[in-house]
Ligand binder design. Structure first.
Ligand code: ACO
Length: 423
């Protein structure tokens, strides 16, 4: 028998029976009773029916298109995962070769993009640069505004996956006053990115295989995370049918915040502030008392109420990277912080566990990236997810322009008061 929810309005006595589909009732059903559902921050509201990413927050499960994140992290590549997220299936050998070729031959950007980037101050935050240049890309590809054309949409998806690493690498070079390194189409995706970041006078950049693979795994772990703040921004902005560059600038801006992708940068700042393993208990007590001026960054998640499966995998990546680079002394502080917090009732009772950002910053730092660059790396990983979410939204016949309702709690009508009469 089909499940239903029966609701009675106590004031009018009117009763409605609402079908439950996939564990959800349609909020529009409440219209009949003259009420709206009120859910600030979407704590219990599904805004989409999605087939991209599955999360079970209590069990610590994450799957892209049905494939467990653990298996993808171990056996897949970033471009393969991007293909999977976008097209719904793992590519055949031939499809992957064609896809990789497409991405590789679109890595160059218009020379004017370089001039645009030169206009930023030497110490501009790389996320500020990334957000701005993403928005500017819409002016280079005006046809991108035809968002109802699937062929044009795919072209933009390819451009974004191919060109954003170039822009991201150049934002780093700009901050150091170093010449920009052009893409090298003979290199694989991750090596090419590392070459654009770190190549100096050598004719060919040689990445350490363990570091290259670690970066690829980090990108895979960040590739999508269903309806998070930035994916929701991508969908919401995209629902106005603006071009994907403008929508993605908004998504990247959402990611920049310290409660979302900016948390990896905030974790490192927090570890700096703690300074020494012996200060961990005092710091945690201050967080609990609300006097630390911060939460425990890299802890807690809206959906995961157990260990974030990505954080588990990232710990393994950390071991592999530290083997190459040496252990960062801050790792000891992070490990002690985790141990201390996970034995503390404040964190246990609220189900606050390390999230993906708790250890990723330490790895990025060991790999040589500056702290303010961490969120850019997150954005590179998340890019295919944003595109897949946008594409799914545009193909979903039920979606319309995103426009929540409100309950108005302000003044009732009142007459305008002229200046001399105001208190
Ligand atoms: N440190 C200390 N207390 C915390 C933390 C934390 N990191 N996170 C949540 N809490 C507490 C809250 O104060 C609240 O306590 P209360 O019930 O006594 O008021 C309770 O736990 C629930 O917290 P909410 O803010 O309601 O949880 P929400 O789901 O809205 O927030 C979030 C999730 C934003 C991730 C939060 O846990 C947080 O701020 N964490 C730190 C920032 C962070 O690491 N962000 C990265 C998230 S992962 C990502 O975006 C990639």
């Amino acid at each position: 028998m089909a499940e239903t929810l029966t609701v009675t309005h106590s004031a009018t006595g009117k009763t409605i029976e609402i079908p439950i589909e996939d564990g959800a009732v349609r909020a529009t059903a409440f219209k009949e009773l003259g009420v709206v559902s009120y859910d600030p921050a979407f704590l219990n509201t599904a805004s989409v029916r999605s087939a991209i990413t599955y999360i079970d927050g209590d069990a610590g499960i994450l799957r892209y298109r049905g494939y467990p994140i653990e298996q993808l992290a171990e056996r897949s590549s970033y471009l393969e995962v991007a293909y999977l997220l976008l097209f719904g299936e793992l590519p055949t050998q031939e499809e992957l070769a064609r896809w990789s070729h497409e991405i590789t031959v679109h890595t160059f950007v218009h020379e004017n993009v370089k001039q645009l980037m030169d206009g930023f101050r030497y110490d501009a935050h790389p996320m500020g640069m990334l957000i701005s240049v993403l928005a500017a890309l819409s002016t280079f590809y005006p046809e991108a505004s035809k968002v109802d054309d699937p062929v044009i949409r795919l072209e933009q998806a390819v451009r974004l996956i191919a060109k954003v690493p170039t822009i991201a690498a150049w934002s780093y070079r700009h901050s150091l006053g170093l010449p920009y390194v052009y893409p090298n189409n003979d290199l694989g995706f991750a090596t090419n990115f590392l070459s654009m970041m770190f190549r100096m006078a050598e004719p060919h950049y040689h990445a350490k295989p363990a570091i290259e693979r670690a970066l690829e795994v980090l990108f895979i772990l960040h590739a999508d995370h269903e309806q998070n703040c930035s994916a929701n921004a991508m969908r919401s902005i995209g629902s106005s049918k603006v071009d994907p560059y403008s929508a993605m600038a908004g998504a990247a801006a959402a990611l920049y915040g310290p409660l979302h992708g900016g948390a990896n940068e905030a974790v490192l700042k927090m570890l700096d502030e703690i300074g020494d393993v012996s200060h961990v208990p005092d710091f945690v007590e201050a967080v609990k008392a609300g006097t630390a001026g911060t939460r425990l960054m890299g802890f807690g998640h809206r959906v995961y109420k157990s260990y974030d499966p990505r954080a588990k995998l990232i710990k393994q990546v950390a071991d592999q990277v530290f083997e190459q680079t040496g252990v960062d002394p801050k790792l000891q502080i992070a490990l002690e912080l985790e141990r201390y917090a996970l034995e503390d009732d404040y964190f246990v009772s609220r189900k606050l566990y390390p999230n993906v950002d708790f250890y990723s910053g330490l790895i990025y730092k060991a790999m040589g990236y500056p702290t303010d660059y961490f969120t850019v790396l997150f954005a590179l990983g998340r890019l295919p997810g944003w595109i897949a979410q946008w594409e799914e939204m545009l193909n979903d016949k039920e979606q319309k322009i995103s426009r929540p309702r409100q309950t108005y709690v302000g003044y009732d009508e009142r007459p305008f008061v002229s200046m001399p009469d105001r208190a």
